[in-house]
Design a protein around this ligand. Structure first.
Ligand code: CTP
Ligand code: MG
Length: 235
């Protein structure tokens, strides 16, 4: 595919739920900053042409240092993030290099994304305009009312959506603009903004491994997984 494909990596959050001194994307995983695993996945992917990293303003220098120290193949732009994920995401879209055909919007806190997911999202976004990776819900999901169960929706219709989410540039730009005009400011996900426009979003198969590091337990599991991979590589 001969297209300009910009990956926007969202690293503008502070990681409240992790409750550490620094935002979770800068914590070390097996000795290496979490965000570096994520950046490398997109840096090494053959289809991605450019990267825009949206970073919390207090960590801009720290991030530049991490990127410079570790070498890179692609052009990076580092920009200061917003108050909400939605704001950071729109800042990323507005800072894409001119001529961008497709964008991938990805959480810095998902270091285990892989080339298969990236490739499938790109293909589906090119075809349908927008796409996102989904997985089954292992647990039954309930709707709660106070401390009680209100109802239990059919689990087969419920899926969990991950990132990267892929879009034609004009479409995601319009979706963000429209969201602001409609007073939507705290959307946790970009595909939702396209759905709100009444446009199609094609789903592709995500991966159970593509977890978002959110709390102490997910951080612990991520570290264990990396250690196991390292052992497997040595054998
Ligand atoms: N994010 C962002 N700008 C914000 C908030 C979040 O770029 N203002 C990014 C985070 O850095 C993260 C991704 O969006 O990579 C997903 O958000 P989440 O997992 O909620 O991270 P945080 O908001 O940092 O964590 P918490 O909600 O626990 O505070
Ligand atoms: Mg958050």
């Amino acid at each position: 595919m001969n297209k300009k494909i910009t990956a926007i990596i969202l690293a503008g959050g502070t990681g409240e739920r992790m409750n550490k001194d620094i935002p979770k994307q800068f914590l070390k995983l097996a000795g290496k900053p979490l965000i570096l695993y994520t950046l490398e996945k997109f840096d090494k992917n053959f289809a991605v042409t450019d990267l825009v990293v949206v970073c919390h303003e207090d960590y801009l220098e720290h991030l530049e240092e991490i990127i410079e120290k570790n070498g890179r193949k692609k052009s990076y732009k580092v920009v200061s993030g917003g108050r909400t994920r939605q704001e950071s995401s729109f800042i990323g879209v507005k800072n894409c290099p001119p001529g961008t055909d497709l964008v991938l919007i990805h959480d810095a806190a998902r270091p285990f994304v892989d080339d298969r997911i990236i490739g499938d999202v790109i293909q589906a976004a090119d075809e349908a305009g927008a796409s996102g990776p989904v997985i089954e819900t292992g647990d039954t999901i309930i709707v709660q009312k106070g401390e009680y169960i209100d109802r239990i929706p059919d689990r087969n219709k419920l899926k969990r959506i991950q990132t990267p989410q892929g879009f034609r540039y004009d479409l995601i730009s319009r979706a963000h603009q429209q969201a602001i005009e409609n007073g939507i400011a705290e959307a946790s996900d970009d595909c939702g903004l396209v759905v709100a426009l009444g446009k199609d979003v094609k789903t592709i198969e995500g991966s159970a491994l593509n977890i978002k590091i959110t709390d102490e337990i997910s951080l612990y599991l991520a570290e264990k997984y990396i250690q196991l991979e390292e052992i497997a590589d040595e054998e």
